[in-house]
Design a protein around this ligand. Structure first.
Ligand SMILES: CCCCC/C=C/CC(=O)SCCNC(=O)CCNC(=O)[C@H](O)C(C)(C)COP(=O)(O)OP(=O)(O)OC[C@H]1O[C@@H](n2cnc3c(N)ncnc32)[C@H](O)[C@@H]1OP(=O)(O)O
Length: 359
């Protein structure tokens, strides 16, 4: 899975051969990953507000924060690979290889060495989950459940794993008003979390950086969680006037004790990776400098195990909880639907969007 310098150079050449323009957003991603991979974190002075093009480039590069050079190189290679498949004719995919990518807008999805990797890919927004991303993740999980990979991995592109629900999701109010918005949100959330509850293969989170909100709560539904020591785990629901989702009101007290779960889910205590590991939410923590190398070596070994045996073992570990989890999910979504209409929640969203507050 690690991209060599040679892979990186090949990818740079491939970019020049793309027949279709991949669009400005993708070009900015390519630029930022290239700069990060070759020069490291952005330490150039920020261009002036009227220098629009250079400012956009600077923003994209700067958003990668302290992402290690090797990870940027890998992400660049993955992005080019996904572009080559989605923008060129499908005949260019060699028959017989098991690598594939799809034209997702908010994800990079690849399948190789028995592993389907779903990478959240909005690094300039800290991988916040917008409505499109919720739908694309569901689509990618459904596809992964049927493909020939043995295990599935969720990870993030850039310096964050995910900053959770995209708070601008609250701004696009339909003709039916905020009530309709809240109702639609609850339906979408229930279906989304349901896909994680029902996912049949080993599902592993590779938590490459800080995780917030729903990206944390869902971890209780994963089969293993590997984290960089740069990762943090934060569920500030009360601060946002909201309440727990992702089945965390049930999984967290079981995983870490009711009192520890209360500290996180009610009081919004942010855990370090080490603390999350000590409390059982994270399986193992790795130093950031060797994180990708160590984790992918391990995952490749797991993916060589007999897939049917792994699937059946997961089923027997998880199945007796499924009905309960679906019931919890339904209840959490219904409570949250009410919370989204509360002044507490609306004020928190307005404060974030008007730049008055940050976590
Ligand atoms: C269907 C609906 C289901 C709903 C399910 C409910 C889930 C609950 C949750 O997930 S609650 C968690 C919600 N998340 C947050 O409250 C995080 C908000 N973000 C922040 O506080 C900060 O951005 C940060 C601490 C994550 C990172 O701070 P930093 O200073 O490092 O970076 P910036 O703030 O400059 O962020 C870079 C750009 O990314 C945008 N952004 C980051 N997070 C979100 C987000 N969650 N929603 C929308 N946008 C986000 C930020 O606005 C910057 O954009 P800009 O460059 O255009 O200004």
């Amino acid at each position: 899975m690690r991209a060599s310098q040679k892979d990186f150079e090949n990818a740079m050449n491939q970019v020049k051969l793309l027949k279709k323009d991949p669009g400005n957003e993708v070009k900015l991603k390519l630029y930022s990953l290239y700069k990060q991979a070759t020069e490291g974190p952005c330490n150039m002075p920020k261009p002036g507000v009227f220098d629009l093009i250079n400012k956009a480039k600077w923003d994209a590069w700067n958003a990668l924060g302290s992402l290690p050079k090797e990870t940027a190189r890998q992400n660049y290679v993955d992005l080019v690979s996904s572009l080559s498949s989605s923008l060129e004719s499908s005949s260019q995919v060699e028959p017989g290889t098991d690598r594939k990518s799809t034209g997702y807008e908010t994800l990079m999805v690849t399948s190789e060495d028995g592993i389907t990797k779903i990478m959240l890919n909005r690094p300039t927004k800290k991988n916040a989950l917008n409505v499109e991303m919720y739908h694309e993740i569901m689509h990618a999980l459904k596809a992964a459940s049927k493909d020939d990979s043995a295990i599935t991995v969720l990870t993030g592109n850039g310096d964050y794993y995910s900053s959770g629900n995209d708070l601008t999701n609250f701004t696009d109010i339909p003709p039916g008003g905020v009530e309709e918005k809240a109702k639609n949100g609850a339906i979408l959330l229930r279906e989304f979390v349901g896909c994680f509850i029902d996912f049949p293969k080993p599902l592993i989170a590779v938590v490459n950086g800080p995780a917030v909100g729903i990206s944390v709560t869902l971890l209780g539904l994963f089969d293993a969680v590997y984290a960089s020591d740069r990762a943090t785990f934060h569920t500030p629901f009360s601060h946002l006037g909201q309440s727990p989702e992702g089945c965390s009101s049930y999984t967290f007290p079981k995983i870490m004790s009711p009192a520890k779960a209360t500290e996180m889910l009610v009081f919004g205590k942010k855990l370090t990776a080490g603390e999350a590991c000590a409390q059982g939410l994270v399986t193992e923590v790795f130093p950031d400098s060797t994180f990708q190398k160590e984790v992918w070596t391990r995952l490749k070994a797991f993916a060589k195990l007999p897939p049917n045996a792994m699937r059946i073992s997961k089923e027997i570990i998880r199945n007796r909880e499924k009905e309960k989890l679906h019931a919890v999910n339904a209840e959490e979504c219904s409570v949250l639907q009410g919370r989204w209409l509360s002044d507490e929640c609306m004020n928190a969203v307005v404060n974030f969007l008007s730049r008055k507050s940050k976590l």
